[in-house]
Write a protein that binds this ligand. Structure first.
Ligand SMILES: Nc1ncnc2c1ncn2[C@@H]1O[C@H](COP(=O)(O)OP(=O)(O)OP(=O)(O)O)[C@@H](O)[C@H]1O
Length: 451
């Protein structure tokens, strides 16, 4: 029996009134309606009606769950409830992260018949290269963004944990930008190396005459950040004596300026960050347990760059545009290979520094291995590339063996000098020499330099 079309008409008309982009589709992923906010946001030249959501948003030929992504429709069918996910969508401005909220709609018989999908772009991050904001599309990065998108609209205290240079401050800023406090200040305070007395007056401000040198009343950062977000960086470095004052601020929302008796009320959301293990510091008695629990309401792990090595080419290319905006620099394939295999103990910050230096060293348009710091490409490979290498050899030969064989083959068929061979292999002459030496091949036929 044909379905009564009236509920569908009413549903479509209701969607038209909603300010956010919405689409309506059936259990077969077919789009039945797209409201005007969607049409405007997506600059639709071809109608999306009758097409599937996975084809329109992802350019896939199969549903997301069959393409290795989480599919809110499949999840909603299973749970019978509303589902939220963060997806990377194709949009007219390129790929963008979109917050998706999918609600099942039941028919008179109580069966899920339609789905309404709300799509809100997460403006703070991009999957592809962009001049501002967070960059990345690796699964670990996407998982982190998913948590960020989920917690941002709340008032929850967030603790960002990750190695130095992973982008914790950038993530904190993105969280602020995605929150309801976005049009209010984002204030960062770095706790590393701040002496106790200074810390208190920085954070809470002081009255005139509160201590020698306090010639005027000064508002603290808590006050400056009012209505917005206070980012407490290196929170593990807060002296024990100050930890109790921070705890009081978080628990009661009140504080006192140094030298004042009057209690003031704070209106801040706290995001803190650390590269240390606060858990261990608690066990060692160097961090208050009660403060740890208070800060750790919603922990987010910011992944090390080597744990999202597939993002390196994307990050490198877009950061190059950021460090040298007036030039049209590109990275040679050998440089991209080298960077993808490097372990980056200093994470994204180190990558940025490498690129900044390389752009200064390079007079032309293509950055080559000679513009990278010496020895960078000899560094041990990441676990990922090591796995890839051993996969290639079906586990029968280790990487060193493969490299030796490749070098032997190159030597056997090469009749020029060592510099030419290095160029052909995409490494520097010094690296080639070191590798030949390491494999006991340095005395082989290629001449050292010259013509
Ligand atoms: N995902 C990313 N996309 C683009 N740029 C990034 C990303 N992550 C980090 N960066 C850049 O890397 C540099 C270091 O980031 P940031 O200062 O936020 O790191 P951090 O983890 O706070 O470091 P620390 O622990 O030393 O304070 C900055 O220049 C930042 O813009």
């Amino acid at each position: 029996m044909a379905r009564d079309p009236r509920p569908l008409i009413e549903l479509k008309s209701f969607l038209e009134t909603l300010p956010e982009p919405h689409i309506l589709f059936d259990r077969d992923y077919r789009i039945l309606a797209a409201n005007s906010a969607y049409r405007q946001a997506n600059d639709v030249t071809h109608s999306v009606i009758g097409r599937t959501c996975y084809e329109v948003s992802h350019h896939y030929t199969v549903p997301c769950d069959q393409a290795g992504e989480s599919c809110p429709l499949a999840r909603s069918l299973e749970s019978g409830q509303r589902e939220r996910v963060l997806h990377l969508h194709h949009t007219p401005k390129g790929e963008a992260y979109v917050n998706i909220e999918l609600s099942p709609v039941r028919d008179v018989a109580g069966e899920v018949a339609f789905f309404v999908e709300k799509m809100e772009p997460l403006k703070v991050a991009r999957g592809l290269s962009d001049r501002a904001g967070l960059i990345g599309r690796a699964p670990r990065f996407q998982a982190m963004l998913g948590l960020l998108a989920r917690v941002a609209p709340s008032e929850a205290t967030v603790l960002l944990q990750g190695e130095s240079g992973t982008g914790k401050e950038l993530v904190a800023n993105a969280l602020h930008e995605a929150s309801h406090r976005a049009d209010r200040p984002f204030i960062a305070v770095d706790c590393s190396g701040l002496p106790e007395t200074l810390f208190e007056s920085e954070l809470f401000g002081h009255e005139r005459g509160a201590f020698t040198g306090a010639t005027a009343r000064k508002p603290g950062l808590v006050e400056v950040a009012s209505g917005g977000t206070l980012f407490i960086d290196e929170v593990g470095d807060i002296p024990l004596g100050m930890q109790v004052k921070l705890l009081r601020l978080l628990e009661t929302g009140t504080y006192r300026r140094v030298g004042a008796t009057e209690l003031r009320t704070a209106d801040i959301r706290v995001v803190s960050a650390t590269h240390r293990s606060l858990r261990e510091m608690v066990d060692e008695g160097r961090f208050r347990q009660d403060l740890y629990y208070r800060l750790n309401t919603f922990p987010i792990e910011v992944p090390a760059l080597r744990d999202r090595a597939e993002d390196v080419p994307l990050l490198a290319t877009s950061m190059l545009a950021r460090v040298a905006p007036s030039r049209t620099l590109r990275l040679s394939p050998a440089v991209l290979r080298c960077l993808s295999a490097y372990r980056f103990p200093g994470n994204v910050r180190e990558l940025r520094n490498i690129l900044e230096r390389a752009s200064l060293m390079c007079d032309g348009e293509e950055i080559g291995l000679e513009h990278l710091p010496a020895g960078l490409c000899d560094a041990p490979l990441t676990a990922q590339t090591r796995t890839l290498a051993s996969d290639d050899s079906c586990g029968t030969e280790d990487l060193a063996g493969m490299e030796r064989r490749a070098l032997q083959a190159a030597l056997a068929e090469h009749h020029g000098n060592r510099r030419q061979l290095a160029t052909r292999l995409g490494v520097s002459e010094r690296t080639l020499y070191r590798k030949l030496k390491a494999h006991g091949l340095a005395g082989r036929t290629v001449s050292d330099a010259g013509g």
